[in-house]
Design a protein around this ligand. Structure first.
Ligand SMILES: [Zn+2]
Length: 90
């Protein structure tokens, strides 16, 4: 890959934010983090889509099946699975 650092940095940012999605939906973020989150969302179609799908997933809480996951966009599914396997770090 002769990749651009910028894209890589953006992607990393998205991953971090997606990890915050559940807290965001639970209204558990501090104002500070929430503001950063929403600012990023405004400029990032990928994260907007992820949030929309996450709302759907959250609505299915408790009855999320492998089939539901399979119906998600690949982008969201990737992030979702990444979130699920990442252990708590604090
Ligand atoms: Zn993003």
């Amino acid at each position: 890959m002769s990749g651009e650092q910028h894209e890589e940095a953006t992607d990393q940012r998205c991953i971090e934010l997606v990890e915050l999605l559940t807290a965001y939906l639970d209204d558990a973020l501090t104002d500070d983090i929430r503001t950063q989150f929403e600012e990023h969302l405004e400029g990032c179609a990928g994260c907007q889509a992820a949030l929309a799908q996450w709302r759907t997933v959250a609505g299915l809480a408790g009855r999320l099946s492998a089939e539901d996951v399979a119906n998600l966009d690949p982008y969201v599914r990737d992030r979702l699975m990444a979130t699920l396997v990442i252990p708590r770090r604090r």
